[in-house]
Design a protein around this ligand. Structure first.
Ligand SMILES: *Cc1c(COP(=O)(O)O)cnc(C)c1O
Length: 390
């Protein structure tokens, strides 16, 4: 990590691994599974961790190190480990921190696969999870048990675009001597640094805005050195490591994160403002709209509002589906944080089988549409939404 911290954009571009004897300006791709040693003593010292160097790409790799170093600098974290996907980061972090008999308090509005871990796999390892709804943060403290290891949350949430107060959650964790683990995927390190607000570990799906171009999967967990050390030891045995190629792509992507996210947010705010004034739209949720219930919290902890806009079209489930079918430019896809604007209709897709009370708790209504605003010219996206709303 660099000694003299510079601005975000500079760090994202200038945090690099050393180049080779060819002095290339762009860091090359170190596509190698293993690394060679001078002699028996070097190999012994390396395995004993007396010598810091790359041994095997399941443990570390120069491209992966560069990606991790960048994310650490951008998040203000001491250390990190990179994974093959966001879910590999989520799972490996949980598996490292939790023992049988432990308990987690989590916001109910979490990524679908994370919800699946909590409900389908935690019980078989005798790990318990208690959910709180976004509207019930005041009750969070009362959910903590003697065996609670950490509070887990995403903010802004998916797909409801609700906002949770990081300082509020971190104060509860400090008081009860438990950890705060935040999935910061929707905000990216450019918009929000949970560690500055008291989080112990921050998880990202690098697949989303970090790559930003819908090309590669990746994940990363950063935070306190001692915790990352444990996550590293678990991961070097179990093998969820990020590939050198994906790390090389993602390191390049981070160089443009600030300019991309800045434009994503500018477009998203314009679209949210347009939708809010549209007679066929019942409500719009976007953190930087004054109408957002947690607008003050969003302003306090986020630089800009992000690229996800949720809104409700008239006509319930049918209205949502027909709006969705009428889109011409926007893609119907499960990904988000791409250059291309993507729309999803949770009630008929990702959350079709979810009970109505659960849907209501995570902010999903039948006519709700979630848009991941891309980098096309905003007027063209608005024109597409306009014709679909007709
Ligand atoms: C996509 C996503 C994940 C999972 O990431 P993958 O790279 O798809 O495995 C986790 N959390 C959030 C908030 C996400 O949006």
């Amino acid at each position: 990590m660099s000694k003299n911290k510079k601005h975000f954009e500079t760090e994202a571009i200038r945090t690099q691994t050393e180049t080779t004897q060819f002095s290339e300006h762009s860091v090359p791709l170190y596509l190698t599974s293993g690394f060679v040693f001078e002699d028996a003593e070097e190999m012994r010292a390396s395995f004993a961790e007396e010598k810091q160097r790359d041994l095997y790409s399941r443990y570390s790799n120069p491209n992966v190190n560069e990606f991790v170093d960048k994310v650490c600098v951008l998040e203000g974290a001491e250390a990190g480990f990179a994974f093959a996907s966001g879910m590999a980061a989520v799972f490996s972090t949980f598996a490292t921190l939790l023992d049988a008999g432990d308990h987690v308090v989590s916001c109910s509005s979490v990524f679908g696969a994370t919800h699946g871990l909590f409900t389908k796999y935690f019980p078989k390892w005798n790990i318990e999870c208690t959910y709180f709804n976004v509207g019930e943060v005041d009750s969070v403290e009362s959910l903590i048990q003697p065996n609670t290891k950490f509070i887990y949350a995403e903010t802004p949430t998916n797909p409801g675009v609700d906002v949770l107060d990081l300082e509020f959650l971190s104060a509860i964790c400090k008081k009860h001597d438990i950890l705060l683990v935040i999935d910061n995927c929707f905000a990216t390190p450019y918009l929000q640094n949970p560690i500055k607000h008291g989080a112990d570990l921050v998880i990202h799906s690098a697949t989303k805005l970090m790559d930003g171009q819908g090309r590669v999967l990746g994940g990363v967990t950063v935070g306190k050195k001692e915790l990352i050390r444990e996550i590293y030891l678990f991961s070097r045995l179990t093998g969820p490591a990020m590939s050198a190629f994906n790390a090389w792509v993602l390191s390049k992507s981070l160089e443009t994160l600030a300019v991309r996210v800045e434009k994503h947010c500018e477009n998203a705010l314009k679209i949210a403002t347009y939708l809010e004034a549209h007679p066929k739209v019942k409500w719009v949720k976007y953190p930087f709209l004054k109408s957002h219930p947690k607008h003050d919290v969003a302003k306090k902890q986020m630089r800009l509002g992000g690229n996800i806009v949720a809104f409700e079209v008239e006509g319930g489930l049918e209205g949502g589906r027909s709006f969705f079918d009428s889109l011409k430019l926007c893609s119907l896809s499960a990904n988000l944080g791409d250059t291309r604007t993507i729309a999803t209709h949770p009630a008929s897709t990702t959350h079709a089988k979810v009970e109505p009370e659960v849907k209501a708790a995570v902010g999903i209504t039948d006519g709700m549409v979630r848009v991941s605003v891309g980098l096309e010219h905003v007027d063209d996206v608005i024109a597409d939404l306009e014709q679909a709303l007709k």
